[in-house]
Every structure is written in C-alpha cells, then in structure tokens.
Design a protein around this ligand. Structure first.
Ligand SMILES: [Zn+2]
Length: 362
C-alpha cells in the first residue's frame, strides 16, 4: 500500500500505519476543541486513540500469530482510521483453522478488557446518575482513561463479531457454515449476509457517523471480492497450467528493436512477451516496459527486458499461479515443460479459462 509509515516488526510481521491515520488524530482534536476542551482534554483523547490502536495491533497480531501456527505467514499489519488489516499470505481453508484464526483477534481484546476490569472500578461508573457521571467522566484522570479503554475494547469485540463477512464475525459464520455446506456455498451465504449488513451500516452511517459509511464500503466490496475468489478457486481446482497456456505467442529476440515490438503490439492483442535466444529464455518484456521506451524505437529488446522473472511448470496447479500473482507482483509468466518453453500464461487468460469453465458448469 502506498503512503504508509513503517513502525517496526513483531515476529516477522511488519507493522505499518497509513497516512490517513493522521486525519483521525486531527479530527479527534477538532471535535474536542469544538466542545471547548482544553489542551489536557485534547491530549487525553489523542492518547486514547493511540493506545486504542495499540490494542488494534494486538488484535491483528492475535490473527497473525494464530495463522502462523497453521503455517500461514502474515506480511504486514496496516493501520487505517477504520481499524487494522492483517495481510495473511493466504486464508486458512480448513473451517476449524479459519474459526480459530478469526476468533483469536477478538479474544485478545477480551483479555485486555478483563485485565482492565480488574484494575478499574467499572461498576462505580454505572452507579451515578447521568449528570454526575458525565461531569466525572470529563475529568482527565488515569482512571477515566482506563475506563474509556475498557469500553473501547468491549466495543471492538462486539463490533468485530457482527457476522458481516469479511469481518471477524463473518469469518466465524463462514467457518461454521463450511462444516456443513462446504466452503463455496458457505462463502456465498456469508457474503450475502455481509452485504446486507453493509447496506444497513451505510444507512446508519448517513444518519450518525461517516466512519460507518467507509466500513460499509469495505465490507460490501470485501464480501464481493472474496466470494468471487472462492468461486474462482473452486473452478480452478484440479486444473493445471498447461490447460490455460497461451501457445500462440510471438517470441522476441534480444536484438529486436523497440520499434518492431511496438508494431507487434499494435497489430495484435499481445501485451507481454518472452525474449528467447537459441531456445533459451533470456527475459520478459512487459507492456509497461514497451510504453516506457516507445519514444526510443531504436533501442534493443535486450536493453529493456527484465532479466529477473519467474517461469511456471506446465504441470503446476492453476491456483498456484493466482497465488504467484500476489506474491511475485507479476501477472505474466513463461510456461515450461521438460525445460522447454511451450508458451506463456497471464491473468487475462486465466480469467478467460474461468469464464469458459463457469459456463460449462452451469
Ligand atoms: Zn479481527
């Protein structure tokens, strides 16, 4: 993600904060100033936000470290104004594992809330009548600070466990449904419920809190995206790269000129190319490399090609290529069989393959 500040790393998980987080801090200060709060009050609120987001980091670490027990690594945890996101390299597919990973986050906040419950006289806060307690709550004391932190952690638990897939509660729901219905159907049902709740959050957001609108979008498109992904994966299951390989591709020679490549691009639909010499793969040329160097048509392909690239075995499962697109930050791979180039594979052709298979399944 762009515009992030690296805070450090814990157990190999990078912790990053997105620049929009500063907007939250400014907004909180602004709200307090509007209420006529002094500097102490503003600092207390800012500290509360920072400590609360520390609790969010611990929540995400709960997910990440539980996933690690099932051999799934987490690249990073990103803090956004609406909360944290743990980027797991993949999601656990066994429902039992998904259930534990999803519950581990909220469990961390339950533990924090319990610890605070032991330290702060929570009950006393609910014994006063409304006016006294509002005055009391307004005092910038450590006890009030911890009380707010307690409330915030309880809210984190309640909010995250709303069954709005792909939020934690929604993942719990999917995992539970998966035991009986299988992953594809379970994801479908969880997504429909998630999207319905997102619409509800959106309406609430319009009336009360703009943050809910952001969260509604996050849930709505998150549910859609994951449902698509699970469907695609189930279609790709059991199919290998060879079935979706582009075999009619134009091979470039390292001595070809950029001008010639531009002509090939204009004459056909190919956008990325494999560079070959004496049946050996030397590199690849991506569409963006061609665009970048289009104004120097005399340059040679060998000067603009990328020499660090990954090839794919023809017998590899297609699902693996989708994973590679994420981990390798590339979407075009030469395909080899018995160490010989037989073609190439890209995302466009995998999508084409999914479409054709989806039609023949119906
Ligand atoms: Zn969570």
């Amino acid at each position: 993600m762009k515009g992030v500040l690296r805070l450090g790393s814990i157990s190999g998980v990078k912790i990053e904060v997105h620049w929009t987080f500063t907007l939250l801090l400014i907004w909180v200060a602004f709200l307090e100033m509007q209420r006529g709060g002094n500097l102490d009050r503003i600092l207390l609120n800012e500290a509360l936000i920072l400590v609360l987001f520390l609790c969010v980091v611990l929540h995400e670490l709960g997910h990440a470290l539980t996933a690690k027990r099932f051999k799934i690594n987490t690249q990073k945890i990103t803090l956004l104004p609406i909360g944290g996101i743990a980027s797991l390299e993949k999601l656990p597919e066994k429902p039992g594992e998904e259930l534990l990973v999803a519950l581990a986050g909220p469990a961390v906040n339950i533990v924090i809330a319990l610890l605070l419950f032991l330290v702060v006289p929570i009950k006393s806060y609910f014994n006063f009548n409304a006016i006294v307690s509002e005055e009391m709550l307004y005092q910038p004391t450590l006890q009030n600070f911890l009380f707010f932190l307690f409330i915030a952690n309880v809210m984190l638990v309640v909010f995250n466990l709303i069954p709005a897939f792909p939020m934690d509660g929604g993942r719990v729901l999917r995992a539970l449904l998966s035991f009986k219905l299988g992953r594809v159907r379970a994801t479908e049902i969880a997504s429909i419920i998630g999207q319905a709740l997102a619409v509800f959050f959106f309406i609430l957001g319009l009336m009360f809190n703009p943050f809910l609108i952001l969260i509604a979008f996050f849930i709505f498109f998150g549910a859609y995206g994951e449902n698509q992904m699970v469907k695609q994966n189930s279609i790709l299951k059991g199919h290998i790269v060879k079935e979706a390989t582009l075999t009619k591709i134009t091979l470039l020679s390292p001595s070809d000129s950029v001008g010639e490549v531009v002509n090939i691009v204009l004459a056909g639909t190919e956008k990325d190319f494999v560079v070959v010499e004496n049946e050996k793969i030397l590199g690849i040329v991506n569409h963006k490399d061609i665009i970048e160097h289009a104004n120097t048509p005399a340059r040679r392909v060998k000067e603009i090609m990328q020499t660090s690239f990954k090839t794919v075995e023809a017998s590899t499962e297609l699902q693996k290529v989708l994973e590679m697109v994420g981990t390798e930050r590339a979407s075009f791979f030469p395909v080899v069989e018995n160490e010989k180039l037989i073609g190439a594979i890209d995302m466009v052709n995998i999508s084409e393959f999914i479409l054709l298979k989806a039609v023949s399944l119906n």
